[in-house]
Design a binder for this molecule. Structure first.
Ligand SMILES: Cc1cc2nc3c(=O)[nH]c(=O)nc-3n(C[C@H](O)[C@H](O)[C@H](O)COP(=O)(O)OP(=O)(O)OC[C@H]3O[C@@H](n4cnc5c(N)ncnc54)[C@H](O)[C@@H]3O)c2cc1C
Length: 351
């Protein structure tokens, strides 16, 4: 295990903001993860587990403890199938998520093609039950291998034990900070068809005579994401973000009625898409845009993306304090007008 000190964290995040980690270890195997955990607990240091830093805003003061970057590699398919005939891939938590999606598409296995172009690590995907364009990882995760910090044991959690729901799992809710994800086993459908249910994707393929295959779907998703600044493209000023900054609020029946009344009073109607209606979710982007925050709103250093109302972008030289101030301004105004408190999606570290 190589222990480093005073390592800047900003370059390890996609929004490129934040101070240093007092101690830093990059672990390439389970033994190194265990060693780092022992080091942190023996010195009573707070531990933070880092993946690809794509859902993260680090405070300007940094992190006073150990940052443990999970770099366990490997995409293994050893001819194993589940009882439904789906192919089982064991993927190291440190692998790039999009590299794994690309590999699955090349192997003509369906189930995660709509999640193309999402940055970050495979180990980060179960944490907030990553989802986009009509798919969520909870549909294809078979199990998750973890280090349990409660008793130091390595154990396999089945999908049900992860308690997945919209942008949530035990890893970011009830059992937060208890588990380190070491490997994720994905179950994908061999020779499966792409999942084209999302409106943007359907529109993209409108008028085609033959249905798109997995590779075409992957390319379409990446293309649509790039238009929205949701694909990391070197040189694109709208890319230095942590993705969507707010979750789509999930409302009670009563809250939903209240929102509709407030919208009607302004001569507006709340948009509803099948993907949102099933769970009474409301588009956070719509709320932001109808609270006076147009795309591009903000200052020189930090602003809302010019392509996506939900992304807060570091245009260069922004601090974590700048990002938080804009986040709070948006939350305050949305609450004032619509009576809804927007919850941030990225993890805020060290605040
Ligand atoms: C341009 C852009 C587009 C995005 N689009 C989407 C999208 O469409 N859908 C979506 O759901 N998300 C999206 N995101 C958010 C982000 O990419 C995902 O949440 C991603 O899975 C985060 O993984 P990560 O490895 O970068 O995690 P990090 O940002 O490093 O960490 C996030 C959290 O996960 C924990 N964590 C990470 N790895 C592990 C591990 N091995 N064990 C235990 N805990 C761990 C961290 O401790 C932290 O709490 C987007 C982000 C960006 C920048």
């Amino acid at each position: 295990m190589l222990l480093l000190e005073n390592i800047p964290l900003a370059p390890l995040t996609t929004i490129r903001i934040g101070g240093p980690a007092k101690y830093f270890v990059e672990a390439g195997n389970i033994g190194e993860v265990q060693e780092a955990v022992v080091f942190a607990s023996s010195r009573d240091l707070p531990l933070f587990v880092l993946g690809g830093g794509s859902n993260l805003v680090v405070a300007d003061a940094g992190w006073p403890g150990l940052v443990l970057k999970i770099a366990i590699p490997g995409i293994d398919w050893q001819g194993r199938h589940d009882e439904d005939g789906r192919v089982l891939f064991d993927v190291g938590a440190g692998e790039s998520w999009d590299k794994f999606v690309s590999r699955s598409v090349m192997d003509r296995c369906a189930g995660i093609e709509c999640l193309s172009g999402i940055p970050g690590s495979v180990g980060g995907t179960p944490v907030q039950n990553v989802g986009a364009y009509g798919q969520e990882v909870s549909e294809t995760i078979a199990s998750v291998l973890v280090l349990d910090l409660k008793d130091g044991q390595v154990r396999e959690l089945c999908r049900e034990a992860c308690e997945f729901s919209y942008r949530s799992s035990i890893f970011n809710s009830t059992e937060r900070e208890r588990f380190i994800v070491l490997r994720v086993t994905y179950a994908l459908a061999p020779e499966g068809k792409p999942h084209i249910t999302y409106a943007d994707l359907k529109r993209h393929f409108e008028g085609r005579e033959t249905p798109p295959d997995l590779a075409e779907t992957r390319e379409a998703v990446r293309y649509i994401r790039a238009l929205k600044g949701m694909l990391i493209v070197p040189g694109d000023a709208d890319c230095q973000s942590a993705g969507s900054f707010f979750k789509n609020p999930v409302l009670s029946e009563e809250q939903h009625e209240d929102l509709k009344k407030r919208a009607a009073a302004r001569g507006l109607s709340v948009p509803s898409y099948p993907a949102l209606e099933t769970r009474k979710k409301v588009s956070a982007a719509w709320l932001v845009e109808h609270s006076g925050f147009a795309k591009g709103f903000g200052s020189e250093r930090v602003r809302i993306s010019s392509k996506h109302a939900l992304a807060i972008v570091n245009r260069g030289g922004a601090t974590a304090a700048d990002v938080l101030a804009l986040k709070e301004q948006i939350q305050h105004r949305v609450q004032e007008i619509w009576g809804i408190r927007l919850e941030p999606e990225p993890v805020l570290l060290g605040f």
